[in-house]
Design a protein around this ligand. Sequence first.
Ligand code: 1PX
Length: 215
Amino acid sequence: MSATEEKFSLREVLVSFKSCLVDDDQDVLVEHYLNGWRGLVRFMNSLGTIFSFVSKDAVNKIQIMENYLKGESGERYRTLQSMVEYELSSNLVDLTKRGSHPDSGCRTILRLHRALRWLQLFLDKLRTSSEDSKTSTLCAEAYNASLANYHPWIIRKTATVAFLALPVRNTFFEVMNVGTAEDVVDMLGEAMPYVSNVYDFTQELYSQHNLLDLP
Ligand code: 1PX
């Protein structure tokens, strides 16, 4: 394991969501949001190649957003509010079916946002679970209550099979590189509100603009 990999801790990843919120929690910085996702993908990759079909999709979506940030309208993509205003006012969002703007920033962030709900549920289940709980069951429960509702059968099936490869709770906690199981539970309790605040803000923004069902 390299020095950088050794230092990797899920605490830093989750706490990084704290820096997403700006303007008294009234906006989210896209660059920081993507940083949080990069960390999550890194963590997922450390669990093995079985999840590469998931990380590939997440990386692809992160890349789409990076391209907008680097593009000539990059400044308009600096925060979620400015992105929504810009894309909607310039007719850059496919609202009912994918057409001339299949990969708008709004629909791309929506996919990540839905996945953030899964993460929220899963981490909360992990935090409150007993030592002998099965990680795969917790993960599947969180998935079925969130992301699964948006996925076709084949993805749901593949995801459910991949969950079976998740390590047992203690090993999973070790990979997080946070300390003892107790430390992990404490860390999750501290860090989860940051993720929840970002989720709640995005949910509210998308709901106000009727963007929660983008194709
Ligand atoms: C302590 C836990 C930390 C775990 C961190 C793991 C980060 C997980 C990142 C998941 C990112 C998933 C993004 C999925 C976005 C999505 O819904 N994409 C689908 C729709 O996109 P489209 O462009 O077609 O409208 C796309 O079809 C997705 C395909 C890939 C399969 C997604 C399965 C998601 C399962 C989530 C659970 C991951 C399990 C990780 C175990 C730790």
